[in-house]
Design a protein around this ligand. Sequence first.
Ligand code: NDP
Ligand code: HSE
Length: 441
Amino acid sequence: MPAPLKVALLGCGVVGTQVARRLLEHAEELAPRVGTSLELVGIAVRDAAAPREGVTGTPLADLLTDDAESLVDGADVVVEVMGGIEPARSLILRAIEHGASVVTANKALLAQDGPTLYKAADAAGVDLYFEAAVAGAIPIVRPVRESLAGDQVQRVLGIVNGTTNYVLDRMATEGLELEQAVKEAQALGYAEADPTADVEGFDAAAKAAILASLAFHTRVSIDDVAREGITSVTAADVAWAKRTGHTIKLLAIAERNTSDDVAGIQVRVHPALVPDEHPLAGVRGAFNAVFVEAEAAGELMFYGRGAGGAPTASAVLGDLVSVARHRVLGGRGPVESSYAALPVLPADAARTRFQVRLDVDDRPGVLAQVAAALAEHDVSIEAVRQSADGRADGSGDGTDLARLLITTHAAPERALAATVAALTDLDVVRDVVSVLRVEGA
Ligand code: NDP
Ligand code: HSE
């Protein structure tokens, strides 16, 4: 067997602890898969002296160091699971400059500055793998980058944030308001004390940027992603979705599109109504799933755990075995390409179906005025449903308020925005209660 490969681990938190533990416990099985043994030479943390659950009192404790730079300099492979932009970026670049291969789970860094890292890895001829950065344990980076490299991906729809999926699921099954469901998610350890990155869609947007880059061979950064979180979703929205045969999901969407005769791609994150019969509607709790539509392959769905120490460590270790094997055999694995360089189209160019809920006066001629406002902006109505008042169960006191639920055919987002503004200005419209996109129909 060739000489052992020296592995440096950056980070010993939720993911790092599991990576380190499994690396030691499964060393004998991993060696034949790689072609040589993997030697964990150190684990960089902020404070090597701090007590750590699952580490203190185990052989891992002797590997802790707060000198990440020296650790990187002596490694053949660097596994970065510390997160954040700096010092993660500088350490990864340093590792690459020293000729080490890199595995990272850092979606925030890849979505913000991936091209700098890819360029450095290309120049040095080393691997930079990142399966864990999108949807944790689910193999999705490699299938999109490699298995579908001979096909033409049309669309990717993903539930890539487990916290928000858990929150929306609890709202649907228990009738909870968002705030209550977020508190539950925090108590269970899914959501952080500050849940902003999840509920405002930043985490999903980073993953959407990475998926779009791979699927469409185009550099997409998080700044190109139109983002809307779930904070405006109410228990009433969720109840109405149920009544109409839908489930509300936070979706990361990347698709080929044409706007003003310009072919390009559209990347966005927002809550959407998904028909109950669509496979994504059945993704419960904190699970993730990515639904891919490709020209020849048709529809594919990838499902599993998108977070957590052990599931994420599975993806990290899979990458580690791959890049280590490449070092043993010589050469590097397939890399993401950006040859297509498709334009990223503006958010308001997206064409979607919408469901609009309105409170209106219940008297003759109101429906005609509402329909005229839609027609004026070239938005075509697919269905209209009216109930006596705003209660989700349809019961009511029969006063002069009517609730309209209008479903449109696909229309450009900018036309819908203009329609909503026109509806708001109508005297007969008391309130535009909600506007939700319908996806996956
Ligand atoms: P944690 O916060 O649990 O752990 C981070 C670790 O990195 C800690 O050990 C910390 O040291 C160390 N660290 C942070 N900054 C520095 C620094 N400046 N110098 C040295 N060490 C540092 O993070 P996670 O394990 O949850 O996440 C790690 C990465 O994996 C992130 O990029 C995340 O996005 C990604 N990821 C996480 C998932 C999950 O379920 N947790 C799922 C998918 C991806 P110390 O302990 O001393 O503070
Ligand atoms: N906070 C993320 C989620 C996990 O809830 O899915 C890490 O990507």
